[in-house]
Design a protein around this ligand. Structure first.
Ligand SMILES: Cc1cc2nc3c(=O)[nH]c(=O)nc-3n(C[C@H](O)[C@H](O)[C@H](O)COP(=O)(O)O)c2cc1C
Length: 155
């Protein structure tokens, strides 16, 4: 089973989780970058507005083709109880090339369930597995057991 972990991370939390998932699975991984500057306070506000309005963005070039993988694990931070704008854009632009999908997200405390529903609807696919982690549990390394359980469902 070939697996690709693809993710967006504005401040590094989702990246930390994505790296650990890919490490557990010993699989390919690619980070998505946005051409829009989302750094700092104004970046936060822009991102909140974009997510609320379900806007799209222009992504930097992506190298890996999801079509070449049996399964892709898509990771996003939660923005205003929804997926981040770069991940919304990625799904819309690539969903025809998806085989199986799995989702994961990081969040301050809420929104994961709603986000996963929207990601499934947008990609037209039911995820094999989902994983919702809070920044608090990640900081305390309490997420590692959940990651192990999640990755076991992907192989
Ligand atoms: C614009 C914006 C909106 C957010 N909205 C939510 C939210 O609705 N619920 C929540 O639990 N966390 C929310 N957060 C917090 C992030 O989901 C959380 O810090 C996440 O782990 C950040 O991931 P990253 O470091 O990979 O960017 C929001 C963060 C940003 C930047």
């Amino acid at each position: 089973m070939s697996i690709l972990i693809i993710f967006y991370s504005r401040t590094g939390t989702t990246k930390r989780v994505a790296n650990r998932i890919a490490e557990n699975l010993n699989c390919d991984i690619e980070e998505i970058f946005d051409t829009k500057n989302r750094k700092g306070f104004f970046g936060y506000i822009k991102s909140a507005i974009d997510a609320m309005k379900k806007k799209l963005t222009t992504l930097e070039k992506i190298n890996k083709n999801p079509e070449s993988y049996d399964l892709i694990g898509i990771g996003t931070p939660i923005w205003t109880s929804n997926m981040s704008t770069p991940i919304r854009t990625y799904i819309i632009e690539n969903k025809e090339k998806f085989n199986k999908v799995a989702f994961f997200c990081t969040e301050g405390g809420r929104g994961g369930e709603k986000c996963f529903k929207n990601m499934a609807k947008l990609s037209d696919k039911t995820p094999v597995a989902t994983l919702e982690l809070t920044t608090k549990e990640i900081k305390k390394d309490l997420h590692l057991r959940k990651i192990t359980e999640y990755t076991a469902k992907l192989i």
